[in-house]
Design a binder for this molecule. Sequence first.
Ligand code: HEM
Length: 408
Amino acid sequence: MTDTLSATGGETAGVPEFPMPRVARCPFDPPPALRSLQEEGPLARVRLWDGSTPWVVTRYAEQRALMADPRVSADITRPGYPAPAPMPKGTFASFILMDDPEHHRLRRMVQAPFTVKRVEEMRPAVQRIVDDLIDGMLAGPRPVDLVEAFALPVPSLVICELLGVPYDDHDFFQDNSKTVIRRDAAPEDRAAAGARLNAYLDDLVGRKLAEPADDLLSRLTERVEAGELSRAEAVQMGVLLLIAGHETTANMIALGTLALLRHPDQLALLRESDDPKLVAGAVEELLRYLNITHSGRRRVALEDIEIAGQVIRAGEGMIMANDVANRDPAVFPGPDELDLRRDARRHVAFGFGVHQCLGQPLARMELQVVYSTLYRRIPTLSLATELDRVPFKHDGQVYGVYELPVTW
Ligand code: HEM
């Protein structure tokens, strides 16, 4: 660090720790201390687990400007990168943690199935998956854990089909993914879980090389054979897509359902309307309001960058706190209200710039199918426990609930 507020300097005494506790009046709100920082200004210093003091960027305009700035790097191997937790040794990063041109080279190899057109072709199949799972819930005992019975299986079944991963292995990959993104897991446990996922995908890539099928992993193995991609890169992309493909959307389904159950007037709008525009808008608003990727987008400056009257020095870390940016009153009036009729499309829940979520058309479509089906088919759906007994994922890089007991 080149700034006077160095990691070891005594001047860091008053710098708040990050992440900040979510002790808000409402479990869907970002940490109040982060909101206070946002009120004070767009940038502030925070202290991480390793004593380093990167910038936290709290306001929407500055965040979008920085995420689109080529002087800002997502490369986790650069000194100054503000890692959310100790990095296990020998971690092989996927393209989400790389810069162009490497990032672009790898991303374009997997983008074809995630275009809006290709995703729309999958809508009827996703509708069938959702209907079958609801049939299963209705035929089974009550109460039931919505996470296990519905929220996890929907995106897991979809990403397995798309990638060519056998769904029968879901206990294995769901358990290991959970550990990989657990902020408070011991580094060696995260490393071991990552290694198990890598070995699993490596074996699968080997099988696709011998016997290709009509799926994304087989398309990647063709590139390995053509010499355009190393086997390790193909494996790493498989791991990234498998984790990103189910963890995020599952949390949006369960946490979104809880948020709607706590806002019955908003839930009634969804249950009583069959207008696809209202449903699409509801998905955007829930993405904005819940912003499940609550650890912030992590970056490091490649050069000195002047912004909002401050200079971010080359080599200094930045955390784009997209949860508070999505509650920035300058962009979203009355930001703490869940209002499904609001135009929330400008939210940064999928990030911004070159790393903006590759899977967003898929996530949107899955959530549209879920939110337009679940509450209409089970109109009396309700929480089967007290709110304060719901286990929230405070320790995860992705926010959500571990369990959601529901009945009807
Ligand atoms: C509601 C669900 C989802 C949310 C909230 C979400 C959020 C995000 C965010 C915030 C980023 C940006 C990371 C950064 O800038 O550092 C991202 C990137 C990414 N997401 Fe998602 N995501 C979701 C679903 C999915 C799905 C279903 C997939 C696909 C299988 C996916 C695949 C990816 C990939 C591959 C990247 C890296 C893109 C890149 O670096 O170029 N995501 N996601």
